[in-house]
Design a protein around this ligand. Structure first.
Ligand code: ZN
Length: 291
């Protein structure tokens, strides 16, 4: 079985072919430009690979309502050229194979729960913390979509007293998680990119405080068996112990479960980086092929 996988990102498109065991047989990427020229590169790659099915792990927001006429279209993306672009229909016409689509973060959650850091678990939340903040949710073995799909990065967080910003950097919300904890928020707050700040800078404790609030909300709502945090900002190793410390403090001893006795495994890094999106897309392709 040759499974096509497309990780459609805001800055680049990663295309790959995987076998049924999720071994990556070939892959390439191209920068995300205007839709027509970008999709030309994408379809040219897959047209030469004789794939049996395709999975798309897409940037969002994307319409995932199968009953809708515009299922599989990008919706109100800040990338204006991509707004309302029919990602799924475009690839269906070009490739004529079964195609599945989900968010990039849901695909990553599926990959990690199948083969990675949450292997074998039926409940996990995967946060990505980079240019934006998003979350994929696997609940009782199912990827959660709901009415649209979760936009966890835009949930409200409590601003800390020592926060230098009076509001976060999100253009929509004064006090959302993305506004206070995304990569761009660090740049705005400290005047340099997060990667230029030393490990002992107070930036990391503040960052961890906001990310801990996301973890706490996850624990109190969908109750995951494990929480994974990936993305560019999370490459800083000092963050994990700080996040666990804040989660424990914010939790106040309220929840009891044996998993919470070992915070080092309850809140941890994904294992499949940088391939979790591609492998997730491959798993989506495998599911749609089986149907
Ligand atoms: Zn926001």
């Amino acid at each position: 079985m040759r499974l096509g996988a497309l990780e459609a990102g805001g800055t680049k498109m990663v295309m790959g072919v995987l076998d049924e065991n999720m071994k990556i047989l070939s892959s390439t990427s191209c920068p995300t430009r205007l839709p027509a020229e970008t999709m030309q590169d994408v379809t040219a790659f897959f047209a030469n690979e004789s794939i049996d099915a395709l999975g798309i792990a897409s940037f969002g927001p994307v319409n995932l309502n199968k009953q809708s006429d515009t299922f599989g279209s990008i919706t109100n993306s800040p990338k204006l050229a991509w707004r309302n672009f029919p990602m799924l229909d475009n690839l269906r016409e070009a490739l004529n194979v079964p195609i599945a689509i989900d968010t990039d973060v849901n695909a990553a959650a599926l990959a990690e729960a199948t083969l990675g850091a949450a292997k074998g678990l039926r409940d996990c939340v995967y946060f990505t913390v980079g240019t934006g903040i998003g979350a994929g949710v696997l609940s009782e073995g199912n990827l959660v979509h709901g009415m649209i799909h979760p936009e966890w990065g835009h949930t409200v967080v409590a601003r800390r007293d020592d926060e230098p910003l009076t509001r976060g950097v999100c253009p929509y919300h004064a006090h959302c998680a993305e506004g206070y904890a995304s990569g761009p928020s660090m740049q705005t707050r400290w005047g340099v990119p997060g990667q230029d700040l030393p490990d002992d800078h107070r930036a990391w404790d503040l960052e961890a405080y906001y990310l801990a609030q996301l973890c706490l909300t996850a624990m109190m709502t969908v109750s995951p068996s494990r929480i994974l945090l990936g993305g560019g900002v999370m490459h800083r190793d000092v963050l994990f112990p700080l996040i666990r410390k804040h989660v424990t403090q914010l939790l106040g001893g309220y929840l009891e479960h044996e998993r919470l006795n070992d915070m080092d495994t309850y809140i941890c890094a994904p294992a499949l980086y940088p391939d979790s999106g591609l492998i997730g897309a491959g798993l989506l392709a495998k599911r749609v092929k089986k149907r």
